[in-house]
Write a protein that binds this ligand. Sequence first.
Ligand SMILES: [Zn+2]
Length: 315
Amino acid sequence: MRIKRRELFRQSASSITAGGFLNLVSDHLQANPLDNSTPAFRFVHLTDMHVQPELGAVEGFKQCIEAVNRLSPKPDFVITGGDLIMDALAVDEPRMKLQWTLFDECMKGLELPVHHTIGNHDVVGWSKNQQIKPTHAQYGKRLFAERYGHGQTYRSFDHRGWHFILLDSIGQASDSPDYIGLIDDQQKDWLKRDLEATGKSRPIIVVTHIPFLSTWHQVVGSPQKALSAGALISNGFELRKLFEPYNIKLVLSGHGHVRERIDVNHVTHIQSGAVSGMWWKGPVFGDAEAFGVVTCHADRFDYQYETFGWKARKA
Ligand SMILES: [Zn+2]
């Protein structure tokens, strides 16, 4: 799709205040390769695959990958949103290794480059019910970092004028081995430097496993329902001010397995359901197993929720 110059101006004007408009558009046209003569690009957000030997999860994920490979126009890459395997928090070593082997086997079929985001279930042994102890060489986030994160659990990259930030939203409770939603201090310092280097005009997409925001606990519970420390990023509010001067367009998340979109404070938060639906047991509150397809234009995006025809098997 080609973006007309008039359209580009209209989109930019709708997303910023009039005072900064001319400077921003001028910077934008110089710095952003997606100008009026460049087609948009797409990428796929696959989250909460929870690969395991049971319930046809391997066949289901392969069916999802085939659907991604068939997308036309072809996306430029895939971003996974975490919980790549069913669970590494509270299983023994053979079970943990089997799940990663199955995940790798599925991923061989993907015909696109991939960037991985860490989820809580990808962290080894961070649970009161841990079977793999802290003395184990692969305890914690080391396995993910080495095999799926280019040596890190959070990082960023640029693609055709857009900046992508993949966060590590998995912290650890101070009084137990359990995970909580948290962006730790070291990562916050890195994020501050990363945003400064990106600048205020470049459009940014943030990917996090645990969401910053979700209405879901209110929907199924009540406005007074207390959230567990693992439900949302517990210090997400600290990042709002950090993000505010920058052109953050979209925050993509998973974790809750629900399909949800919240537009607030000039940022869109989308939770892309789950590739595994209800852990391969069927749809989640009427939403089928699915993934997100994001189309990036010069300074805005479109989002589509794509199902891939999976029918849950009986246990
Ligand atoms: Zn999760």
